[in-house]
Ligand binder design. Structure first.
Ligand SMILES: *[C@@H]1O[C@H](CO)[C@@H](O)[C@H](O)[C@H]1NC(C)=O
Ligand SMILES: *[C@@H]1O[C@H](CO)[C@@H](O)[C@H](O)[C@H]1NC(C)=O
Ligand SMILES: *[C@@H]1O[C@H](CO)[C@@H](O)[C@H](O)[C@H]1NC(C)=O
Ligand SMILES: *[C@@H]1O[C@H](CO)[C@@H](O)[C@H](O)[C@H]1NC(C)=O
Ligand SMILES: *[C@@H]1O[C@H](CO)[C@@H](O)[C@H](O)[C@H]1NC(C)=O
Ligand SMILES: *[C@@H]1O[C@H](CO)[C@@H](O)[C@H](O)[C@H]1NC(C)=O
Ligand SMILES: *[C@@H]1O[C@H](CO)[C@@H](O)[C@H](O)[C@H]1NC(C)=O
Length: 239
């Protein structure tokens, strides 16, 4: 009996500690889901997590596409071509964003979470889900996920960069290339579902988040010509 009470107290203390995010919002993902357990929507979880090799791959995938736009090499759009970007930051990995993205991926729910922001800034989010008929293998195809988000550029109107105008048809693209965003952290969960389809769920969180109505998606101009103070040019991106 005594040991039960001690155990219960320890669990309560752990949950409360994990929920320091309640100061940001009541329904923060880390507060709603205080443990790393899979949520009920996962039904039969297979595996989860993003290793260091894959983290670097995700960062590189984003930076390659950001460079393409920054250097004025993206000809697509409605209309295009996309103008080059003078102040686009280079991405690096962020463990706190990744922890929150993984916590959400563990819920196996293909919609945005309510609140994922951190003390430093508002956090944006892109989600991708692939379905297969066989039990998910160990391959995580982040190329497919990031490219699918980016390819919305074909519908993006180049006149909507500054001031920024949001469209749900291009919201993933505009987060991927939002100039001020410089941190990304992602989570992954593969699971078996009862409908006969197996799923791989990809979730990326971005900070500071983009897609601000009437904000500046990026400053147009020669790549790196308006890098923010404290950053230096790295092949078209401000690092
Ligand atoms: C909550 O705690 C984590 C881990 O110590 C820390 O990284 C994070 O910044 C804290 N969040 C807030 C809002 O203080
Ligand atoms: C938090 O989530 C609960 C349950 O989903 C909902 O009833 C409540 O309105 C939410 N609160 C806020 C501040 O969003
Ligand atoms: C996924 O579901 C299939 C069909 O029910 C089953 O054969 C397989 O063992 C499951 N795999 C895992 C890892 O749960
Ligand atoms: C953009 O185009 C230029 C000129 O063709 C090329 O040198 C550069 O490597 C391209 N950059 C990217 C990121 O594709
Ligand atoms: C990292 O994860 C990927 C995707 O699951 C996997 O293909 C790869 O083998 C892993 N690499 C290492 C070094 O564990
Ligand atoms: C990943 O997805 C891309 C784009 O859909 C595809 O070309 C590639 O073959 C896929 N890679 C693997 C290992 O499945
Ligand atoms: C692109 O945006 C401009 C400015 O808002 C607008 O005049 C034009 O009609 C738009 N083009 C398309 C194809 O939506």
């Amino acid at each position: 009996m005594l040991s039960f009470i001690i155990a219960a107290t320890l669990i309560a203390a752990t949950a409360a500690q994990a929920c320091n995010y309640s100061s940001i919002c009541a329904n923060h993902t880390m507060c709603q889901y205080p443990t790393t357990n899979y949520g009920p929507n996962c039904l039969a979880p297979v595996y989860s997590g993003v290793n260091a090799t894959t983290q670097q791959q995700i960062v590189d995938l984003h930076n390659n596409l950001r460079r393409k736009v920054a250097q004025g090499n993206e000809t697509r759009g409605n209309p295009g071509p996309q103008p080059s970007a003078a102040n686009m930051r280079e991405f690096t990995w962020d463990d706190e964003l990744a922890t929150i993205a993984q916590r959400w991926a563990n819920q196996c729910t293909f919609q945005h979470d309510t609140c994922r922001s951190v003390a430093r800034f508002y956090v944006g989010q892109n989600l991708y889900m692939s379905l297969s008929t066989g039990t998910p293998n160990s391959i995580q195809n982040w190329t497919a996920a990031v490219q699918a988000w980016y390819d919305e550029v074909q519908n993006f109107n180049k006149s909507h960069i500054n001031p920024f105008q949001f469209s749900s048809a291009t919201g993933h693209y505009t987060q991927v290339v939002w100039a001020d965003t410089y941190l990304v952290g992602c989570g992954f969960t593969a699971f078996n579902n009862s409908d006969g389809w197996y799923r791989k769920f990809y979730a990326c969180n971005y900070g500071p988040g983009g897609n601000y109505l009437n904000g500046i998606m990026y400053k147009t101009g020669t790549a790196c010509s308006q890098c923010p103070a404290g950053t230096i040019c790295d092949n078209g991106l401000c690092a």
